[in-house]
Design a protein around this ligand. Structure first.
Ligand SMILES: [Zn+2]
Length: 287
């Protein structure tokens, strides 16, 4: 049954023109380029939730919530409890950056706990149990499964917006990490860049394309692995704060020494969930 359900629920593609209308109408996601962000009408916060070895970030803005990743399977209950504690009752969107267990393992529990308008995924499927569980949960709860395109964005009523920067739907990568949905939150003149597990190949592509990656806060790619965070990229992004999400004494040696040395050398204030737990970045509303 799970197989059948996942086939039926296979991520859908919508042509650009259709995307504007359909997503715009249904999910208030629009296609567009750049532009100034409006004055922020409500306090906005980004919560880098301590989920052990994995990722989960919650964006809260004026009563609206978007979740980027849901941690590993073992952290599903933690993520649900954290969202409830923050007063979340529903999600505008849940973003599964890429189909690795440390990012989507807890997603089925999240979808079952909170009505979710749309589950956003890259066009990269998996045959793993956690992936099947996630798609089954989307189907049973009615969350629409959609592959976002580069430059599409989620607009919050507060004036904040989350723009998708990567991957291009037609791109093919040998490394699943590089399918990570990379997104940039712009709110009240502050930018937070979420890298998922994207590695240097994606960083180079973003630099080559001239994508504006300048940010105040960088969710460091791939748990601080040295396969992400090339000096060029971090220098260009120029964050004042970096956040690394990983577990203490994890099997991968995350974060890697090279990454920490680079962040230190550039004078970037670095927060590591393994050391200090959940980190919250707050952006005040315009006065
Ligand atoms: Zn990961």
């Amino acid at each position: 049954m799970a197989k059948k359900a996942s086939k039926k629920n296979k991520p859908i593609y919508l042509l650009a023109a259709a995307t504007i209308v359909i997503l715009g109408e249904l999910f208030n996601i629009f296609f567009g380029f750049g532009g100034m962000t409006a004055p922020l009408k409500a306090e906005t916060s980004v919560h880098f939730i301590d989920v052990g070895q994995g990722d989960a970030e919650l964006i809260l803005s004026g009563g609206e919530a978007v979740l980027i990743d849901a941690g590993p399977t073992a952290a599903g209950d933690t993520v649900v409890a954290y969202l409830k504690q923050q007063g979340v009752t529903k999600l505008r969107a849940a973003i599964a950056t890429h189909p690795h267990e440390d990012h989507i393992g807890g997603m089925d529990k999240v979808l079952k706990a909170f009505p979710t308008e749309v589950l956003l995924l890259p066009d990269k499927t998996a045959t793993t149990r956690c992936y099947e569980r996630m798609l089954d949960a989307a189907e049973t709860t009615g969350a629409k499964v959609v592959v976002p395109k580069v430059d599409e964005r989620i607009f919050f009523d507060s004036g904040a917006q989350l723009t998708f920067l990567s991957p291009s739907p037609e791109a093919v990568y040998s490394n699943t990490n590089n399918y990570s949905i990379v997104s940039l939150l712009s709110a009240g003149g502050k930018n937070v860049l979420f890298m998922g597990d994207a590695e240097t190949e994606i960083e180079e592509a973003l630099l080559r394309q001239g994508t504006d990656i300048r940010c105040d806060v960088l969710k460091v790619g791939h748990h601080g692995s040295s396969t992400s965070s090339s000096p060029d990229f971090v220098e260009r992004a120029a964050p004042s704060i970096a956040v690394i999400s990983c577990a203490k004494d994890n099997d991968y040696g995350h974060p890697h020494r090279e990454t920490i040395e680079l962040l230190n050398r550039l004078g970037i204030e670095t927060h590591i969930t393994a050391d200090e737990g959940t980190y919250v970045y707050e952006i005040p509303a315009a006065s």
